[in-house]
Design a protein around this ligand. Structure first.
Ligand code: ADP
Ligand code: MG
Length: 372
């Protein structure tokens, strides 16, 4: 078990051995003095993104950092580091630390403003009945850089429609959608594909990967399309594949690997070209619970370690409990939002259930008024 106080004391000892003050270490890591002081007194842990830079500065391995002591055995290290990184990723997924780094989290990546989508369903030959559906009704929200945001709602509540508007696959009837400041509603159809290639990543429930390409080729695809030189593509694909534990199966075709491996490959493809935002529609929908958890760990790791911003549609409370924030949709509207704050997954899970119940309750109340 990781001991925060012991780790803090170890950081302090290594820092002093280097002859640095707390401020000097803080300066090198581009964080506040207070953050360093909090680690050293065991009151908080470094943010995941700071582990590696901190290890490099203090000249210790990750393993040593978390053991809170120096370890000899040269050969054991590399292997142990990998295992530890997994453990820590899971651990942080469960209990995210308050971010002590001067984070760019206040930066808005996605800004949805008063967006509506009216489907005028073609009812040719079906008389005059009004078939218009207001699939998305005056929706506004923002997503900060590096966050994992979930959209929940019953079937037909407008989740997929909203995602497709943001994905530039469909256009809103009214409203503005800005991705990194650019209003994508104005993008002409001809330019939409290019916009998606350079700014968006996708992870869908099915039909994620091209079956005629190997996993390697699938992951490399966004880079190939961006005309990244071949010699740069290889290390980029290799690095992310190792991280997502699929480097041994890169020569295989999607039908030769498991659902979980396919989805991790889809994640690798979504992140490899460093998109502004990753859009995921029910990414765990077709997975068993073990593979689903692994995928959710992967998604939160991408946020915390790669600064990815992810918007994920899900109807699964377990998946939602991994998010930093949940938007609840009903009848095309966002009825409520819930922030994880410092809560652990279990508490957040319970909060989400309560909120769903409340939303359901509200709708019953409305029904009662309409049909007394
Ligand atoms: P969800 O993903 O939450 O299940 P959708 O966004 O798929 O919901 O659907 C929202 C509403 O819009 C539903 O009433 C659905 O029937 C309607 N809808 C979705 N797509 C279309 C379309 N292409 N044409 C007409 N109506 C649509
Ligand atoms: Mg849907």
């Amino acid at each position: 078990m990781m001991d925060q106080v012991r780790i803090g004391a170890f950081i302090a000892a290594r820092r002093k051995a280097k002859g640095w003050t707390q401020s000097q270490l803080a300066e090198k890591l581009e964080i506040t003095d207070k953050a360093v002081s909090k680690w050293e007194t065991g009151r908080s842990m470094p943010d995941l993104s700071l582990f590696m830079p901190l290890c490099t500065l203090l000249e210790v391995t990750l393993n040593e950092l978390f053991a809170g002591e120096c370890i000899a055995e040269e050969t054991l290290r590399a292997k142990a580091d990998e295992v530890l990184m997994d453990v820590i990723t899971n651990w942080l997924g469960r209990d995210p630390q308050e971010s002590t780094a001067c984070d760019p989290a206040s930066q808005t990546v996605l800004d949805v403003e008063n967006v509506s989508k009216l489907y005028e369903t073609a009812s040719a030959g079906h008389g005059t009945e009004d078939n218009a559906v207001l699939a998305v009704n005056n929706v506004s929200f923002q997503i900060a850089h590096g966050s994992l945001v979930g959209i929940m709602g019953a079937s037909g509540s407008g989740k997929t429609t909203l995602l497709q508007l943001i994905a530039t696959i469909d256009k809103p009837t009214s409203g503005a959608i800005r991705i990194s400041g650019q209003n994508i509603v104005d993008i002409p159809d001809e330019a939409a594909a290019e916009f998606r290639r350079s700014h968006l990543g996708f992870v869908f429930q099915e039909y994620n990967l091209l079956e005629t390409l190997t996993l390697y080729e699938n992951i490399a695809l966004p880079l190939t399309m961006k005309s990244v030189p071949k010699e740069n593509i290889h290390p980029m694909v290799q690095r992310i594949s190792e991280k997502l534990d699929i480097s041994a199966i890169l020569d295989k075709y999607p039908y030769e690997v498991s659902g979980g491996q396919r989805q991790r490959c889809a994640c690798a493809r979504a992140i490899v070209a460093d998109p502004d935002i990753i859009l995921a529609d029910e990414p765990t929908g077709a997975l068993d619970s073990h593979a689903a958890r692994q995928l959710l760990d992967t998604l939160s790791m991408l946020c915390r370690e790669y600064g990815a911003t992810i918007l994920m549609v899900t109807h699964d409370v377990m998946a939602a409990s991994y998010c930093d924030r949940i938007l609840f949709m009903k009848d095309g509207e966002i009825k409520a939002a819930l922030d994880r704050e410092q809560k652990n997954k279990q508490t957040f899970f319970a909060d989400i259930l309560k909120k769903i119940e409340w939303i359901e309750g509200e709708s019953h109340a409305v029904l009662e008024i309409v049909n007394p």
